[in-house]
Design a protein around this ligand. Structure first.
Ligand SMILES: NC(=O)c1ccc[n+]([C@@H]2O[C@H](COP(=O)([O-])OP(=O)(O)OC[C@H]3O[C@@H](n4cnc5c(N)ncnc54)[C@H](O)[C@@H]3O)[C@@H](O)[C@H]2O)c1
Length: 460
């Protein structure tokens, strides 16, 4: 192992590069900089680099004041100049890994980042891939490229894979206190990667290969996708059977062992859960292995927006109305609460389907000022005026942002379709939850609520 690099890391004299300063890369770059390293942050997006140079953050979890101080003190140097790779000792790659239209992995961003590293490669560089990808990528894509240049891994340079687990919007867990898994191609690679990451991250978990580390991330996200798929299927079944899935999950979750609650919703979104399992399933096929759970979950989750629209049709019908011509307000365009990310958001699909069926649709999202619809039109978030909600035939709650006043919405809206159980505890006949019957037995709900609040008051 390069003792010079080891010493530079131990003394925090090493310069760390981060390629791709998005939701994952920016918090990581900031963590390295706060941890005492000089950090060079690379991105191909001029606008992002300019914003950072002005001391502003575009990632909700990273405060602008932090960026400002680090940039002013030259602890974080954002740049589009990739020749600065010559100055770094280690580099983490955090570029996107989307899917192509055919649902095949699009690893072109990783290939591009590697070609930039190759151009300014120097011996002893520690390279850590962070982007979520199929098992084998680090060795098949990166190690092979450097082999072609005549460089031996573990001797001329060091190569690791460490999946990013950051959960945007999570107030408890961040880059620093979320345990981080890392695998190296050789023992030397792992030792250096472990040393670097454990100097800024609270807990680092070493595993025996990059393939294991790659698979860890895919297991985590496949586990989520499959369990969400299961509960979504049960929600549609409960809807038909007249059972409230939310109540079922909450009651089941009181079992102190052997059960972990997952909740239904309008579908899955973001850059991870809808995509990552597809990376695994694609790779498995090259081994003649077909992942039935992944395909099934993807099918169920992918069809949830259609189920929500069907529910809207049903509810409007009950009120002698129809979607065609209805004035509808969608609350929440982001894929989950309290974030500004709309990638793969089911709200976008619901918006599109309702428009196709002739509804007049508006949306409000305090985190998403505008989005571009499928016809390339800019759609802007409308102001949420609680006292004026009567004008809509129906409100569709797609994202349960914490800042919404649910009582005010319930008291002012005509019909509410709740896809997240955001109106939990508010029992009103105008609220229709997905995966649940209508509130026709309000009495019993009131009684349960009474007991719950008595228990709470008495501290039981
Ligand atoms: N967003 C999440 O919650 C999350 C969580 C865990 C893991 N991940 C994974 O992390 C990776 C990054 O995701 P993200 O959400 O941060 O994406 P992002 O789109 O927010 O950020 C990626 C950044 O990389 C830049 N970029 C693209 N190509 C580049 C190149 N060749 N050189 C330099 N910069 C380049 C883009 O301009 C962008 O700023 C993905 O593989 C994703 O699956 C994301």
């Amino acid at each position: 192992m390069s003792s010079k690099l080891k010493e530079r890391i131990q003394l925090k004299k090493a310069t760390v590069g981060v390629i791709g300063l998005g939701y994952v890369g920016l918090p990581l770059a900031v963590e390295f900089a706060k941890g005492g390293y000089k950090v060079i942050g690379f991105d191909i997006n001029d606008r992002k680099i300019h914003t950072l140079l002005e001391g502003k953050s575009y990632v909700l979890d990273v405060p602008s004041e932090e960026v400002k101080t680090l940039v002013e003190n030259k602890q974080l140097i954002p740049t589009t100049d990739f020749s600065k790779i010559l100055e770094i000792d280690a580099v983490s790659i955090c570029v996107p890994t989307p899917l192509r239209k055919t649902k095949d992995p699009d690893i072109s961003y990783i290939i591009d980042a590697i070609s930039r590293i190759k151009k300014y490669f120097h011996k002893d560089l520690l390279i850590i891939l962070e982007s979520t990808t199929y098992p084998g990528t680090t060795e098949e894509l990166i190690q092979k490229e450097f082999e072609k240049m005549g460089y031996v891994v573990g001797k001329d340079y060091y190569l690791c894979y460490s999946p990013e687990r950051v959960d945007p919007g999570n107030k408890k867990y961040n880059t620093k206190n979320t345990p981080k898994v890392i695998g190296g191609v050789t023992r030397q690679c792992l030792e250096l990667g472990y040393l670097l990451y454990s100097s800024v991250i609270d807990t680092v978990i070493p595993v025996s290969s990059t393939k294991v580390a790659e698979m860890v991330k895919l297991l985590e996200n496949t586990f989520r996708a499959v369990n969400i798929g299961l509960v979504n299927e049960l929600a549609m079944m409960c809807d038909r059977m007249g059972i409230d899935i939310w109540e079922v999950v909450d009651a089941a979750a009181t079992k102190p062992f052997g059960f972990m609650p997952f909740y239904p919703g309008p579908g899955i979104g973001g850059h991870c859960i809808p995509l990552d399992p597809q990376y695994l399933s694609w790779k498995a096929k090259t081994y003649d292995f077909y992942n039935k759970f992944i395909e099934l979950a993807s099918d169920i989750n992918g069809n949830m927006p259609r189920y929500v629209v069907m529910k809207i049709n049903e509810v409007l019908n009950r009120h002698k109305k129809c979607v065609n011509g209805a004035y509808i307000l969608i609350l929440g365009m982001a894929y989950k609460k309290d974030v500004d990310d709309i990638r793969e958001s089911p709200s976008l699909e619901i918006y599109k389907l309702l428009k196709e069926q002739g509804a007049l649709v508006e949306y409000n999202d305090p985190y998403v000022e505008e989005f571009i619809d499928e016809n390339n039109n800019k759609v802007k978030s409308v102001e949420l005026n609680y006292s004026d909600l009567q004008k809509y035939d129906s409100i569709i709650l797609c994202t349960d942002h914490s800042c919404y006043d649910y009582k005010a919405i319930a008291n002012n809206a005509n019909i509410i379709i709740d896809t997240r159980n955001a109106f939990r505890g508010i029992i009103k006949e105008n609220i229709y939850k997905i995966g649940a019957p209508t509130y026709d037995n309000i009495d019993i709900y009131e009684y349960i609520k009474e007991i719950a609040s008595t228990k709470e008051r008495m501290g039981i």
